[in-house]
Every structure is written in C-alpha cells, then in structure tokens.
Design a binder for this molecule. Sequence first.
Ligand code: PEP
Length: 249
Amino acid sequence: MRKNIVAGNWKMNNDLAQTETLITALQGQTKTSNAEVMVAPTFTNLWHAFQSLRESDIEVVAQNMHFAENGAYTGEISASMLKSIGVKTVILGHSERRAYFNETDESLAKKVDAALANDMRVIFCFGEELADRKAGNEEAVVGSQIKNALFHLGAEAFKNIVLAYEPVWAIGTGETASPEQAQDMHAFIRKTLSDKYGNDLADSVSILYGGSVKPANAQEIFSKPDVDGGLIGGAALKAEDFYAIVNAF
Ligand code: PEP
C-alpha cells in the first residue's frame, strides 16, 4: 500500500524565531488522518526544527542539496551533511530551483543518485509550464522530466522515491489544477512508471499534487484515486491551514 503524504515546503520563509512559533503552533494541532506529515524549513533552521520535532510524528526534510559529497562548492550542502543532523528526506527539482537556479533533468539525476546513495528519501518535483499546457504538451513534458531524471534507476530505488506533480502555472498563483486535471496527470505518471517498471512498482509509488492546495480544495483533490497527498507551499505557513489539509484525507 502506498502512503498518503502531506509535506509543507516553507521555501525561503521564517527566521529562527518565526520557525519556533510555527513549530509550536504545529505541535498544538491534532492529526485525524493517516497521512505522513513533513515540513521543510530553510537550511539554517533545519537542525533546530529537527531537535524540536524529534519526538513528534512530523518529519523534518530539506528543500534541496548538492550532488557532490563535499568540496569546493561554496554555499552548498551535501546529503551526508543533512544526514548528519538527522534529515532523511530531501525535496529535489522544485520548479523554483529549476527556474531560478538552472537545475536541469541532468543535474537533478545526479542529485537523486547522491541522495539515494546516502539512503535518503527523495521527493522529486516536476511539472509543465502554462505554455506547455496551452499547447497540449503537458504529458510530453512531464514524461520526459521523469524519464530523464529517474529512469536510469533500478526498480529497488523507487522505495525511496516520492513523486510530486506540480504544474508551474498553479504554484503560488492561487490557480489550482482541477481535481480532474490532477487525476488525469497522476494516472499518466503512474502509467509511465508502469510501462517501464511494471504495475506493482507503479502502484507502490506515492504521487503528490502541488499547486495552490488550500483547506477549501484539498479534500476534493485528495479524493482522486491517483493523488496520494500534497506538497504545500503558502498554506503550509499557517499551522491551522496546514493541518486542515493534512486532515483532508
Ligand atoms: C510549492 O511551492 O511546492 C507549492 C505547491 O506552493 P503553493 O502551495 O503556494 O502553490
């Protein structure tokens, strides 16, 4: 059985004091669903968040990492550094990293390899831009993002891969893919996995939807059979909204 997951991507928000406040608010929430819950603070707050949440059922995950183990990469952080502070999961390939930091399918394939070599779990993000969807190319774009970054992997590796479909036109815009658009794409993603690795593997991989998920729309999106949870940006910055989404399952 694949897992339901709700992950909050805090992006470049919250200094240390604000992180403490949000964590305290999260600890005051009650989970009534079976979803696994994750939050991704900035690098500077990861250690503090990890310490504060170590007794809770909220996993602290990283927003990014470099593919090299160590060396002359000023400003970067490696998988083993994340692991050394207890972080076991990393978000890779977010559209903001692709758009503003020139991340490509090729560099992401290296990051995925480095994370897996360190026994980390990867939340791998991808999604089409508005122009791709208008041109009817969304499946071609998404299919190639998945193939280019992940299809060199053996089947075993997918135990540690979670996929996050995030149409770029829906991220932070207030515009959400309709539940049907999300379901259609998630079914396509599962078929893409199935064609390469077989049905059992495709059925076992959690596929999250991301893009303006809010308490008001989460339940309908999560009710779709191939949507296994969400990667949440803006609404993850308010504990009550985030838990309304967590509890939407
Ligand atoms: C995201 O950044 O992954 C995201 C989905 O953001 P938002 O929920 O704000 O659209």
